[in-house]
Ligand binder design. Structure first.
Ligand code: 6PG
Length: 463
């Protein structure tokens, strides 16, 4: 393992726990020492010299790296190349941009070195005790490390949360989309928090209990669970709820943005994920928001409805929006699979997301079954398992969106989830007007409903 930050260190300890003989390298001696301390009892060699590190490995070597995406990955590959031999394997287990993975894979293959781009999700805890693992690259290279990855991955009913996903950047692409879904689910939860806090005036204990109760039902999932825990956490220095001491600014490392960019390139609409990225960006404009809040001052009106009923509706609305977010994410995967020839098995993707990763949720088992029933489905919403659930909850999504608009609270992810759903279920859309406008101002031509071919009209000429 190259990169002994907490993720790399924990993955290595996880491997050692499963009886694999492993070694670690980091150029920072403090990190090497940290691993040595933590690995007491496990014979893990850790060194701060890359030559010594390579000398510890059995041939053909398998070197996994967990370093920040971008230039650090290229720099490690550059350091490794003179020390490796034909047939050795490099595994990039970080959050790399999929196009970088393609370039690296092709360049390394040309040099006789095998390369796998592997998405790993689950944070520090997952890395230590079982992440969800999304590998892509040459199948033969995967087979070399299959046993290891299956051993360290999270298990759901004994089933390892890892599957070979496809060639080249298939694994990193799936991980990017995982993170896009993660962003949208986090933003939806943040919007429910806002509605309950500023809209209904719930305190932190009540919020903890609402999310806790949701986690016991159909909304069960890791992000709902940790949200409940967050509202129960007290700040040691002030004795108040820690959440209230945290600035309202959310930054990002870029994976959500890559999901949106990639979807735009593929011309697949994922507006709820786009808005989740946008809301993080908007949160950063703290000063402007402060000024605008004075210019556009509009007090939040008292909530007029039944609070208990609204909380029920909010849970149902979140469930409906969650289904829509997964549908958007899976639709990008389906399009990428065709365009980039990944040959993704979407049932396998849902299966390995059921455990270990940040977006793990009870709903993923239903999604897996939906793809098992109809593997080639163009959109998850078309599966009866999903359409029934959505129909049963969509009215509450509307009620919540209306309430949010009246309160003046920002809920763009709820609104785009609903907008996407209403657009998708519209047999007719007003795009004929857009065709006409394009032809009017730019002679871009249009298609007709009653004849084949393309047509142009001199719009300003009298009939
Ligand atoms: C995971 C997480 C992980 C990481 C993200 C956070 O699946 O384990 O997604 O990859 O926490 O990089 O991303 P942002 O910093 O962009 O929120």
């Amino acid at each position: 393992m190259i990169g002994l930050g907490v993720m790399g260190r924990n993955m290595l300890l996880n491997m050692a726990d499963h009886g694999f003989r492993v070694a670690g390298y980091d150029k920072d001696p403090a990190k090497v020492e940290a691993l040595q301390k933590e690995s007491m009892g496990n014979a893990i060699h850790s060194v701060a010299d890359i030559r010594n590190f390579i000398g510890l490995l059995r041939r053909p070597r398998a070197v996994m790296m967990l370093v920040p995406a971008g230039s650090p990955v290229d720099s490690v590959i550059g350091d490794l190349l003179p020390l490796l031999e034909k047939g050795d394997l490099i595994i990039d287990a970080g959050n790399s941009y999929f196009k970088d993975t393609n370039l690296r894979g092709r360049s390394l293959t040309g040099k006789g070195i095998q390369f796998l781009g592997v998405g790993v999700s689950g944070g520090e805890e997952g890395a230590r005790h079982g992440p969800s693992i999304m590998p892509g690259g040459p199948k033969e290279a995967y087979e070399q490390v299959r046993e290891l990855l299956e051993a360290i991955a999270a298990k759901v009913n004994g089933d390892a949360c890892v599957a070979y996903l496809g060639p080249e950047s298939a694994g990193h692409f799936v991980k990017i989309v995982h993170n896009g879904i993660e962003y949208a689910l986090m933003q939806l939860l943040a919007e429910t928090y806002d509605l309950m806090r500023r809209g209904l005036g719930l305190n932190n204990d009540e919020l903890r209990d609402v999310y806790g109760a949701w986690n016991q039902g159909k909304l069960n999932g890791y992000l709902v669970e940790i949200t409940s825990r967050i509202f129960g956490k007290m700040d040691e220095s002030t004795g108040k709820g820690l959440i209230d001491e945290i600035r309202d600014v959310a930054e990002q490392k870029g994976t959500g943005m890559w999901t949106s960019q990639s979807a735009m390139e593929l011309q697949v609409p994922i507006p709820t994920i786009d808005l989740a990225v946008a809301m993080r960006d908007l949160s950063v404009f703290e000063k402007q928001r402060e000024t605008a809040s004075q210019i556009f001052n509009r007090p939040i009106p008292p909530f007029g409805g039944d609070r208990h009923v609204f909380l029920e509706q909010l849970g149902h609305a979140l469930y409906a929006a969650t289904i829509i977010v997964y549908a958007q994410g899976m639709a990008v995967l389906a399009a990428a699979s065709d365009k980039y020839e990944y040959h993704l098995d979407l049932e396998a993707v849902a299966r390995i997301w059921r455990g270990g990763c940040i977006i793990r949720a009870a709903l993923l088992e239903d999604i897996r079954l939906a793809y098992r029933g109809q593997p080639g489905m163009p959109n998850l919403l078309l599966a009866p398992q999903m359409s029934n659930k959505l129909m049963a909850n969509q009215e509450d999504l509307r009620r919540v969106a209306c309430a949010a608009m009246e309160l003046g609270l920002p809920t763009p992810c709820f609104m785009t989830a609903l907008g996407y759903f209403d657009g998708y279920r519209s047999a007719w859309l007003p795009a004929n007007l857009i065709q006409a406008q394009r032809d009017y101002f730019g002679a871009h031509s249009y298609e007709r409903t009653d004849a084949k071919g393309t047509f142009h009209t001199e719009w300003t000429k009298d009939a």
